[in-house]
Design a protein around this ligand. Structure first.
Ligand code: ADP
Ligand code: MG
Length: 253
């Protein structure tokens, strides 16, 4: 059975896209068939996977708003077993356009239904908000993976995210779960990182993955080369951490 994970946290810059791209890449390296679905108008996952946005004619916008089959937008990536459903800036229009539409929060769920079984994992990279695009991702997902940056204010906004998840459970997706919490940009030299990690573990308990993603320069360089970390620097600390995370995600099944 294919598993659909929404990678979500309404805070920007916490590592959602980095996690979608690199967790996706290592799940693929481990032999899983993976689709990274870029649900953020910024399209960072799309370019991080090496796809040129200027050359993309149809994207998730057309799937959500014009209801074209998702198969028409899915593209292969440089990593075997890893595909992408790209986003371009046109997707920004969907946030408002969805408002007047029927079943506006169910459209992504319906769109991915035909391909759900074709993949072992579908990872949906969410925008930094709790608007219509994120609500669509939450309605489509089996579970959420929440990246939390090991910085001050990390926990701020999480209660709002949890409230949103409860509302989605109540009104549109009763079986939605928190699959896991990933600690990102961890700096082992600072007390702050340790404190935040401890607080997050107190709050989410065993939902927090043992694999912690360190702050690692190679992870931040890789997207500018359009490469997931396994192709950019397979031996970096960041690569090792995402490889471990991928193994842990598979082991949790
Ligand atoms: P989000 O998708 O939540 O907005 P990103 O994944 O785009 O966050 O990360 C925000 C910025 O931080 C990006 O420039 C990214 O390259 C960088 N970054 C993400 N994770 C790490 C990390 N573990 N170490 C160093 N830089 C990181
Ligand atoms: Mg992002």
């Amino acid at each position: 059975m294919g598993k659909v994970f929404a990678i979500t946290n309404q805070k920007g810059g916490v590592g959602k896209t980095t996690t979608a791209v690199n967790l996706g890449a290592y799940l693929a390296v481990l032999g899983k068939k993976v689709l990274v679905l870029d649900n953020d108008p910024q399209g960072n996952a799309t370019s991080g996977l090496g796809l040129r946005k200027s050359e993309i004619k149809k994207c998730i916008y057309d799937v959500l708003v014009s209801e074209i089959p998702i198969e028409e937008v899915i593209l292969p990536t440089q990593v075997p077993n890893l595909w992408a459903a790209p986003a371009t800036i046109r997707l920004a229009g969907a946030e408002a356009e969805l408002v007047g539409m029927m079943a506006r929060d169910q459209r992504l769920r319906r769109s991915i239904e035909p391909v759900r079984q074709a993949y072992d994992y579908i990872l949906i990279d969410c925008p930094p908000s709790l608007g219509n695009l994120t609500l669509n991702a939450l309605a489509a997902a089996d579970a959420v993976i929440v990246p939390i940056q090991c910085e001050y204010y990390a926990l701020e906004g999480l209660s709002q995210l949890m409230k949103t998840l409860q509302l989605v459970q109540k009104y549109s997706n009763p079986s939605l779960e928190v699959e896991g919490v990933v600690l990102t940009m961890y700096d082992h030299r600072t007390n702050l990182s340790q404190q935040v990690a401890e607080e997050v573990r107190n709050y989410f308990q065993d939902r927090v993955y043992n694999s912690v993603i360190p702050r690692n320069i190679r992870l931040s360089e890789a997207p500018s080369h359009g490469l997931p970390i396994n192709l950019y620097d397979n031996r970096s600390k960041g690569a090792e951490a995402y490889f471990e995370l991928a193994k842990e995600v598979i082991a949790r099944e």
